[in-house]
Design a protein around this ligand. Structure first.
Ligand code: HEC
Ligand code: HEC
Ligand code: HEC
Length: 436
């Protein structure tokens, strides 16, 4: 997780700041007065909610917040074990089932609130790979309901040592004190979470959309001025999702964006990689009203100033070669007019997800192939073959520049060096995965 790398890189620097400032500033992070309304007497292992309505609402909150995506991995539902790789080692997600020894069975509701909304876990401060910086905005009601739901989860015994794979000094939880001190805004949500501000609430609190879509500074904190304006994340690029008409959502209707979020495609763009996971684990379970509230909100967010560049000269020798290559290798699926195949294959003409100045996703998909999200509504989930073996770096760059500039599109050219760099990184990862 690229964001995590930056966060951890910042820790060493900040640890020094923290040591100096901890005494004065500690209250800002450890103060959890806001969670005082949560019960502090009964541990999760000894509690099973019988309030069916609260449990159902809590399950929905869990979906909007995508808890299962990071906490379910092999050993059983919510039993933890999901690995987040960084340059400084591996962080593993916790077992959050009610098992008293290896899960969070010993936590009271208050301790649960402190962990989820304040980043204070059972072994000390949590790393922000657990998105408490966003969950801090969850309302008391949603937290109570989430707690009711967690009490119905099957206890699973699965011992997790979250930081065993982290090297010193990055395994020092106290260092997070400094990071929190500088960057953690734990203020409650400042609007009507169930009414007019529902969309913003879902995006900022549970959805933690900005954790991928907002760029970060050198110490891993989100840059507020560039809110949702696009960022690199774990070898992918999460594009701008604001009102910007060229690279954002300005030209799509709120209904189209809602369809993309709920099903993985609006018939033009198609979610792959981490976004396909967000759709499959979380967004497909949201109500149509909530999806529309989120989309309408996104379309109201001020965009970056990025505008369409001049169109590439489609008559140049390179673009003529690329057009032919497209015709032979791509048009059977993506269409001779770049119009795709409905929900099965993304269109290119007018697909704004294609036009970001950062072409990371397109290069990646060309090299590795991709599989679209499987959802209840659109269960087919099309496949894109890899062209790594067939095209060299320059050929891939050319055909991508072509699809970014053909039809009504205009996008910056893709450089062969970008493809070469991606190829080298992906190769290295593959070797790592195969244990070379
Ligand atoms: C993006 C991945 C991610 C998501 C989404 C996520 N978590 Fe976590 N969570 C983690 C990681 C990683 C840890 C371990 C962090 C650490 O030890 O510093 C963690 C730790 C925790 C802990 C602390 C456990 C302890 O014993 O201290 C709790 C409680 C928790 N998560 C609950 C939740 C809930 C509830 C949700 C949904 C509202 C959620 N998490 C969503 C990654 C995630
Ligand atoms: C784990 C990282 C991650 C999270 C969390 C995430 N996204 Fe994404 N998102 C991505 C990536 C990567 C892409 C590009 C996918 C592709 O090109 O297929 C993307 C694409 C999108 C697109 C398509 C953009 C376009 O121009 O067509 C929309 C809309 C979107 N995300 C909205 C959201 C919303 C809303 C949330 C929060 C509920 C969210 N995302 C959370 C990583 C993420
Ligand atoms: C067998 C059908 C097929 C062929 C042939 C094919 N593609 Fe694809 N392509 C797909 C599918 C399906 C997806 C969606 C995958 C996903 O969303 O994960 C896709 C996705 C893509 C994307 C990502 C678009 C987005 O919205 O994120 C790019 C870029 C792309 N293809 C380029 C090409 C190029 C260039 C060629 C020819 C060299 C090509 N494809 C050939 C089926 C195909």
């Amino acid at each position: 997780m690229a964001a995590m790398k930056k966060i951890v890189a910042g820790i060493a620097v900040i640890a020094v700041v923290a040591a100096a400032g901890a005494g004065i500033w500690a209250w800002r992070t450890v103060d959890t007065a806001r969670n005082a309304g949560a019960d502090d007497t009964v541990a999760l292992a000894a509690f099973t909610s019988t309030d069916e309505a609260a449990i159902a609402r809590g399950e929905y909150v869990m979906r909007t917040a995508d808890c299962a995506a990071c906490h379910t991995q092999g050993a059983g539902e919510f039993a933890g074990g999901y690995e987040i790789h960084t340059d400084f080692g591996t962080l593993v997600s916790s077992n959050i089932t009610p098992d008293p020894e290896t899960g969070i069975g010993a936590m009271t509701e208050r301790a649960f609130f402190d962990a989820v909304r304040n980043g204070q876990g059972s072994e000390g401060l949590l790393y922000p790979a657990m998105p408490y910086t966003a969950y801090a905005k969850l309302t008391d009601q949603d937290m109570h309901d989430l707690w009711a739901y967690m009490s119905t989860v099957e206890p699973v015994s699965n011992e997790i040592d979250e930081t065993a794979g982290m090297a010193f000094p990055y395994n020092q939880r106290l260092a997070m004190l400094g990071w929190n001190m500088l960057y953690f805004d734990k203020a409650a949500f400042d609007g009507d979470a169930e009414g007019d501000d529902r969309g913003r609430y879902l995006v900022d609190a549970g959805g933690h959309c900005s954790s991928c879509h907002t760029p970060r500074n050198g110490l891993g904190a989100e840059i507020a001025e560039n809110y949702l304006q696009g960022a690199k994340v774990d070898g992918w690029y999460a594009p701008e999702i604001t009102s910007n008409p060229h690279v954002g959502l300005g030209e799509s209707s709120a209904e189209e964006v809602a369809e993309y979020l709920g099903t993985g495609t609006d018939g033009k763009a198609m979610a792959s990689g981490p976004m396909a996971e967000a759709v499959a684990h979380s967004l497909q379970y949201l109500s149509d009203d909530d999806l529309l509230a989120m989309s309408s909100y996104l379309k109201s967010v001020p965009g970056s100033g990025v505008t369409a560049p001049a169109k590439a000269d489609l008559g140049s020798p390179a673009m003529t070669r690329a057009a032919l290559r497209y015709e032979v290798n791509c048009s059977a699926c993506h269409g001779t007019r770049g119009d795709g195949m409905g929900d099965l294959v993304p269109a290119f003409d007018g697909n704004h997800a294609l036009l970001s100045d950062d072409p990371t996703d397109l290069v990646r998909v060309m090299l590795t192939g991709a599989r679209a999200a499987h959802t209840e509504a659109k269960p087919t989930g099309g496949g894109m073959p890899s062209f790594a073996w067939k095209f060299d770096d320059a050929q891939i760059a050319e055909v991508l520049t072509y699809i970014r500039n053909a039809w009504s599109n205009a996008g910056t050219p893709v450089e062969p060096a970008t493809v070469a760099a991606a190829r080298a990184t992906l190769d290295a990862r593959e070797k790592l995965a195969e244990g070379y």
